[in-house]
Write a protein that binds this ligand. Structure first.
Ligand SMILES: [Zn+2]
Ligand SMILES: [Zn+2]
Length: 125
C-alpha cells in the first residue's frame, strides 16, 4: 500500500529520534522528539554545553571599579567589562555570546563544513 508522504495531518506513532531514546510518541508526522526530549534542556548536547563556564577569573588588581576591554573568546569581538574590587569572576564572552543558544548558533555557523553541504560558498561581489 502506498501512503502519501505529505499533506497528512494524521497523528501516528513515531519513535523519538533522539539518540538511543526509543520512546514512542503519538503525534504529527513531523514530530521528532518524545515529550521528554522535546524540551531542549533534556537533550544531551545542551546539557553538556551548559557545563561550559561562561565566567573566568580575573584577579582583582583594582581598588576601584575599572573598565577594561576584552575580546570575546568565541568571536573575538571586543566587549567592555567593569572590574570591581573583590569580584573576580567575569564573563568570557561578549554580551550576545553569554547566551548559550547564541554560542551554539555561532559555532554551527562557523563550524567546519565537513558535513554534507549542497550549498556553495558564495563570494561577495
Ligand atoms: Zn526521547
Ligand atoms: Zn562574541
Amino acid at each position: 500500500m502506498e501512503l502519501s508522504k505529505c499533506g497528512s495531518k494524521e497523528s501516528r506513532w513515531i519513535k523519538c529520534t533522539y539518540k538511543e531514546c526509543n520512546n514512542k510518541i503519538f503525534g504529527a508526522p513531523n514530530t521528532r522528539f518524545c515529550e521528554y526530549h522535546k524540551d531542549i534542556r533534556n537533550r544531551d548536547e545542551i546539557k553538556n554545553a551548559k557545563l561550559e563556564d561562561v565566567m573566568k577569573v580575573i584577579p582583582d588588581r583594582f581598588s576601584s571599579p575599572t573598565q577594561i576591554e576584552l575580546d570575546c573568546e568565541l568571536c573575538g569581538i571586543p566587549y567592555r567589562l567593569i572590574l570591581y574590587p573583590l569580584q573576580q569572576k567575569y564573563p568570557r564572552f561578549c554580551e550576545p555570546h553569554r547566551n548559550q543558544y547564541k554560542r551554539d548558533n555561532y559555532r554551527k555557523l562557523k563550524g567546519d563544513n565537513c558535513g554534507t553541504s549542497d550549498e556553495q560558498e558564495t563570494e561577495e561581489l
